[in-house]
Design a protein around this ligand. Structure first.
Ligand SMILES: NC(=O)c1ccc[n+]([C@@H]2O[C@H](COP(=O)([O-])OP(=O)(O)OC[C@H]3O[C@@H](n4cnc5c(N)ncnc54)[C@H](OP(=O)(O)O)[C@@H]3O)[C@@H](O)[C@H]2O)c1
Length: 382
């Protein structure tokens, strides 16, 4: 782009700054605390550098979720907007209303779905997706891929999902499901399984597959329980000091052979679809426990069932399955060594509250043209 072509952006950026003498120029203390605690990353370049960046108006879908005070959320958005107009949408709005708003908006905070991408007008330059998984954000044109910056809520559900993963793990190793079943029948009966086969978590090895926001929080907690933690990432071997070794995706099978517990915290991408298949389960230690909190389609369900039936896997804790909902006919329902939860690991008032804080913070950044948090590369899929 020539300097002349950049001029409208430069002017818009200057005007935005000069009209914002009362603008919030730094993150709120709660946003700053989250950025530091969960390691949220800002884009390398200011959003004002993007072609035709214009923060004139932003549409916000307000979801009445636990932990969210809708009025407080709207006030915080107005404060952050710095003169940018906000149009609020709600879940019950008709498709026509949404289409009317999206036709002319510069930014959208809500859910990135095929219908949003279809209804978006030519001005749309930013979508902040309340979901972490980008598998619903489909149907974009090549032009949209180049012109719309996408951000999401990655890392924000890490604490809740990590607690859920550890809850499933401890329940499996201590045979809690058998005792809950006995309790509903008022039976005071010792299970022959408790603590026997697997033993204790201390000094066992956990492999976290996908050391992102969720994977890091699982690793932190597993380390806190005395486990040795190893992990994989796609693009780097860097990791926190509580992870002993970080490998790349092509080391997955070798690392699985070392692990007593494997946790899937991967995004669903073209590279990760079906990655937990027969070859993978053949490579695990016999009797390993498999936890899955990323996306169900990373696992080949038939191969998972075979591995559990043969004892190659000792147990599984599944928050995500393929398909969802899991059909009544699935043999997984009847397995005493399997815990299934219906894709709820992230659900917590604290997760939603963190999502609210970061939506407000990213609106502030969009309005003032500074680098956005949690940018997604749709070509990579996360
Ligand atoms: N169960 C639920 O309710 C629930 C809720 C929220 C999210 N999720 C799922 O969890 C996923 C992860 O969320 P997050 O917040 O942790 O996202 P994130 O911070 O973006 O982390 C994704 C991690 O996966 C790694 N990765 C990607 N492809 C890989 C591969 N082929 N092999 C090894 N590692 C790979 C990335 O490596 P690099 O760091 O090297 O790029 C990154 O560390 C989401 O995409 C979503 O599908 C599930």
């Amino acid at each position: 782009m020539t300097k002349l072509q950049q001029l409208p952006n430069a002017i818009a950026f200057f005007l935005a700054l000069s009209s914002s003498s009362f603008a919030q120029t730094t993150p709120s203390p709660e946003a700053q605390a989250l950025i530091e605690e969960l390691g949220l990353r800002a884009a390398t370049a200011p959003v004002a550098n993007r072609p035709d960046w214009r923060p004139r108006n932003v549409a916000v879908l307000v979801l009445p979720l636990p932990g969210i005070d809708v009025d407080e959320f709207k006030q915080a958005l107005h404060k952050a907007a710095d003169g940018t107009d906000i149009t609020f949408l709600k879940p019950g709005d008709s498709s026509e209303t949404q289409a009317q708003v999206l036709k002319s908006t510069d930014g959208f905070i809500g859910l990135c779905t095929p219908s949003v991408l279809k209804q978006a007008g030519q001005n749309l330059r930013w979508i902040h997706n309340y979901f972490v998984g980008m598998d619903m954000c489909k149907g974009y044109s090549e032009t949209q891929l180049d012109t719309i910056t996408i951000t999401n809520t990655k890392r924000l559900s890490g604490p809740a999902i990590a607690e859920h993963a550890i809850a499933m793990l401890l329940a499996l190793t201590r045979d809690v499901p058998a005792y809950v079943r006995a309790q509903t029948e008022r039976r005071f009966q010792r299970s022959p399984q408790t603590g026997m086969k697997f033993g204790e978590l201390k000094n066992k090895t956990m492999l976290v597959v996908g050391l992102g926001g969720i994977g890091t929080e699982i690793a932190r907690r597993a380390h806190g329980l005395g486990m040795r933690v190893i992990a994989t990432r796609r693009s780097s071997r860097a990791g926190p000091d509580f992870v002993e070794r970080v490998g790349l995706s092509n080391e997955l099978h070798d690392m699985a052979a070392e692990a007593d517990v494997i946790a899937n915290a991967l995004p669903l991408t073209s590279e990760t679809a079906g990655i937990f298949n027969r070859d993978f389960f053949d490579a695990t230690k016999r009797g390993a426990i498999f936890l899955s909190v990323g996306r169900g389609k990373s696992t080949v369900t038939a191969d998972l069932v075979t591995a559990l039936e043969s004892g190659q896997l000792g147990a599984a804790g599944l928050d995500v399955t393929d398909p969802e909902p899991l059909p009544k006919s699935s043999p997984l329902w009847d397995m005493p060594n399997v815990i299934i939860t219906p894709h709820v690991a992230a659900a917590s008032a604290d997760t939603f509250r963190r999502g609210q804080i970061i939506a407000v913070e990213n609106l502030r950044r969009f309005a003032t043209g500074t680098p956005l948090l949690n940018e997604v590369d749709l070509r990579k899929g996360y």
